[in-house]
Design a protein around this ligand. Structure first.
Ligand code: BES
Ligand code: MN
Ligand code: ZN
Length: 477
């Protein structure tokens, strides 16, 4: 059962509540005793961020906010406060918590978001000592909220956690076919259509990139099409989301080393999982947008039939590619999906992919790398949304000169760039398969974390879901 978000105009009697107060000028409720008020003041003067009062019938937690540099920084501080608060709520075994904002700044939403996302757990394979979180329900109050807004938030946060579940699922339980079946189930639950193309269909479509990566696998590839098409969408041409669905990346014959490399490559379908998460949230919230999700999926393995460095393959759009490293597999199957996307005459295409270690090395786990040709308006819109949801992005260039990095001696392209600018040469490769406004997001640094990072947690983060959802939602307005 996912954490429940509920809306109530006022908090009930004797329930555990959180008061969001301004540290400098706390507006404490009338029912605070003199002793309580003095204690809170004393704690605040020592710069306490989280104060708790035990009234025995219920507890009161105070989250103190300070003036932040920007509004977005203030919102992010609240999400992070949600993470600290959850630790306390768990220790106190609180099952339901009610949030009250005394600052009139819409703060409950962000605090709730931080608590909700911090409350994520992946316990599926724990047979003992599972320790499920006691917190089940978060109640948001206040006249600046509505039932509908809280519902919408719940669906988006559910989508993030669904994405995290998909990413954390190990390849032992998630072949390409199993992954597609999970996406079909999600479609049924949320109300979007799914169509899973099988190997024969993929062969007839001549998706040479996807088929080449799949050659070493014991399992067939899949190509999943998800579609949300409401009655009267505001967009005439669809928005298409493409996600890298490598359910496991060994590197293939260009084998990866195990530590801190192959050992977490069950997460190489995080782009695809994020696309599914966005479709889930859009469908659940019935946004008036026509959106299509495309997920090419396979594992990448060595083996007798595996594709090999030096091979030349022919892609879905007819271009030939010299494969110089089988570990640069993501761009091969993404390229086929991007080329397939042309048939929809899309208004805009986003692809999300754990594509290169180079992107992660360039900017770390603090942001997404983005590049494309969709133009200034789209890019600045994305950057703005990124600040709002704190999934910030850095734009990398796709200058003509980078094309040289992927010129092959014998084919139209090679799948390997030079030693430098690896995230860009991968993006430049993808660009060759697009003929529409397009942005590529390299989420290799943010999709999966090796240590706990506030409300993003440890392991899968669901990166990209809130960013893309909120960007598209604004287009629906
Ligand atoms: N899935 C990896 C990229 C990756 C690295 C994701 C680290 C998450 C964390 C991708 O398929 C890959 O192996 N890329 C190679 C490309 C290289 C061979 C050009 C890389 O980044 O090393
Ligand atoms: Mn790889
Ligand atoms: Zn990969």
């Amino acid at each position: 059962m996912p954490t429940q978000l509920k809306y109530s105009t006022t908090p009930g009697k004797d329930t555990d509540i959180v008061l969001i107060v301004q540290a400098a000028q706390p507006a404490l409720p009338d029912d605070f005793s003199k002793e309580e008020a003095a204690y809170v003041q004393e704690q605040l003067s020592q710069e306490a961020k989280l104060i708790s009062l035990n009234r025995y019938t219920h507890r009161i937690y105070l989250v103190a906010t300070a003036t932040a540099k920007t509004q977005q920084a203030g919102h992010e501080a609240l999400r992070q406060a949600g993470y600290s608060l959850l630790k306390q709520l768990k220790a106190d075994k609180v099952a339901q918590i009610t949030l009250v904002d005394t600052t009139n700044t819409g703060a409950t939403t962000y605090l709730a978001e931080g608590i909700y996302l911090s409350n994520y757990q992946f316990l599926r394979y724990k047979t003992k000592d599972a320790k499920p979180s006691p917190l089940q329900t978060i109640v948001i109050t206040g006249t600046d909220n509505t039932d509908q807004a809280v519902q919408e938030l719940q669906h988006v946060l559910e989508a993030v956690n669904i994405t995290r579940d998909l990413v954390n699922e190990p390849n032992s339980h998630q072949s390409a076919e199993q992954f597609s079946a999970q996406l079909e189930e999600l479609g049924q639950e949320a109300g979007f259509k799914t169509d899973v193309l099988d190997e024969i269909k993929i062969q007839s479509l001549k998706m040479g990139g996807l088929l080449a990566v799949n050659q070493g696998s014991e399992d067939p590839p899949t190509f999943t099409i998800m579609e949300w098409k409401p009655e009267q969408p505001v967009n005439e041409k669809p928005y298409v989301l493409v996600g890298k669905g490598v359910v496991y990346d060994t590197g293939g014959l260009s084998l990866k080393p195990t530590p801190q490399s192959m050992d977490f490559m069950k997460s190489d379908m995080a782009g695809a999982a994020a696309v599914a998460g966005v479709l889930y949230a859009i469908a659940k919230n019935k946004l008036p947008l026509h959106v299509i999700g495309l997920v090419p999926a396979t594992d990448n393995r060595p083996g007798g039939k595996a594709f090999a460095p030096g091979d030349v393959i022919t892609m879905h759009n007819g271009l030939t590619v010299e494969v110089l490293n089988t570990d640069a597999e993501g761009r091969l199957l993404l390229a086929d999906a991007l080329s397939f996307a042309q048939k929809y005459h899309p208004a805009l295409v986003f692809d999300l992919a754990t594509l290169t270690g180079a992107a992660a090395r360039a900017i770390g786990k603090e942001g997404l790398v983005a590049m494309g040709n969709a133009g200034e308006e789209v890019m600045s819109g994305l950057k703005k949304t990124g600040e709002q949801v704190h999934e910030r992005l850095v734009e990398f260039p796709l200058w003509d000169e980078y094309k040289k990095h992927i010129e092959s001696d014998i084919a139209d392209l090679k799948n390997l760039g030079g030693a430098d600018a690896g995230a860009i040469s991968a993006g430049k490769f993808l660009e060759c398969f697009t003929n529409y406004p397009w942005v590529h997001f390299d989420i290799a640094g943010v999709a999966y974390l090796h240590g706990e990072d506030s409300y993003r947690g440890k392991m899968a983060t669901g990166a990209g879901v809130r960013l893309i959802y909120h960007y598209l939602r604004a287009l629906a307005q």
